[in-house]
Design a protein around this ligand. Structure first.
Ligand code: A5P
Length: 227
C-alpha cells in the first residue's frame, strides 16, 4: 500500500490474515526432520498447519487443543497424545498480546493451560503473530482456567473475574474465565494467580518461556529473540 492511502476495513482484514500467514510460514521453516513439535491453537496456527504439511518433514507432534489435533490430522500431520513424549524440540503458537520484553497474554481461545504445558516442555518456544499483537503494556482481559469445584469461591477470592460467556469447559473440565482487573506488574499478577487455590492456569506467559517472536507486517516479517 502506498504511504498516505487509507485501507478499507475488508482490505485491512485481508492484510491481517496475510500477516498471520507470513509469520506462520516463517515459523514452519524452523521445523526439521526428526523433531518433536508442539502445535499451538488459534487462527495464526491455522496457517502453520498447512505450511508444516507442505514441508513433509518426518516429525512427531502433540496438539494444545482438540481443534488443532483435528485440523492437523485432516492435513495428514500425525498427532500423539501428550503421554508418549516428555520433551519437545519446538512449540509454535500464537498470542493475544506481546510486549517488547517478551511477556505474553494467551488464551483468547481458552486453550492457555494446555498451551503453557506444551510450551514449557519445548526446548524452543516460537510465538507467531500479526502486527496487531505487539503492545506497549499488557492489559486485561487475562484468560484463566478455574477448577470447576468451588469456582464461585475462587472468583470471589480473585475479585474482578468473569466466566466467559458461551465458552465450553476446557478438555480437562476447567471453567474458562477472564480476569478483568488491572495487570500492573505481570510477574506479581502471575504470582497471585499461581498462589490461588482453584486457579488451574492463566494466560500470562513470562519472557523466560519465550525464545523467538515472529511478527508478520504488511510487507515484511519481523523476528526478535527473547531469551
Ligand atoms: C488460544 O487459547 C490462544 O492462546 C491463542 O494462541 C491466542 O489467542 C492467539 O490466537 P490467534 O492466533 O487466533 O490470534
Amino acid at each position: 500500500m502506498r504511504a498516505g492511502t487509507m485501507m478499507r476495513a475488508d482490505e485491512y482484514a485481508v492484510d491481517v490474515e496475510h500477516q498471520k500467514q507470513s509469520a506462520a510460514e516463517a515459523a514452519a521453516e524452523l521445523v526439521e526432520d526428526g523433531m518433536a513439535v508442539g502445535l499451538g491453537t488459534g487462527t495464526t496456527v491455522a496457517y502453520l498447519l498447512p505450511a508444516l504439511a507442505r514441508r513433509q518433514r518426518s516429525i512427531r507432534c502433540v496438539a494444545t487443543s482438540p481443534r488443532t489435533e483435528a485440523a492437523a490430522l485432516a492435513l495428514g500431520i500425525g498427532v500423539e497424545p501428550f503421554g508418549t513424549l516428555d520433551r519437545l524440540d519446538i512449540c509454535i503458537d500464537g498470542a493475544d498480546q506481546i510486549t517488547a520484553e517478551g511477556w505474553l497474554v494467551k488464551g483468547g481461545g481458552g486453550a492457555h493451560t494446555r498451551e503453557k504445558v506444551v510450551a514449557g516442555a519445548a526446548d524452543r518456544f516460537v510465538v507467531i503473530a500479526d502486527s496487531t499483537k505487539p503492545v506497549a503494556g499488557l492489559h486485561p482481559p487475562v484468560p484463566l482456567e478455574l477448577l470447576a469445584f468451588g469456582s464461585p469461591a475462587t472468583i470471589r477470592h480473585l475479585g474482578a473475574v468473569v466466566v466467559r460467556a458461551g465458552q465450553p469447559l476446557s478438555p480437562d473440565g476447567g471453567v474458562i474465565a477472564d480476569y478483568t482487573g488491572p495487570v500492573g506488574d505481570p510477574a506479581k499478577l502471575a504470582a497471585t494467580f499461581d498462589a490461588t487455590a482453584g486457579v488451574v492456569g492463566h494466560g500470562l506467559f513470562p519472557p523466560a518461556m519465550v525464545d523467538v517472536v515472529i511478527v508478520g507486517h504488511p510487507s515484511t516479517v519481523e523476528r526478535f529473540e527473547v531469551r
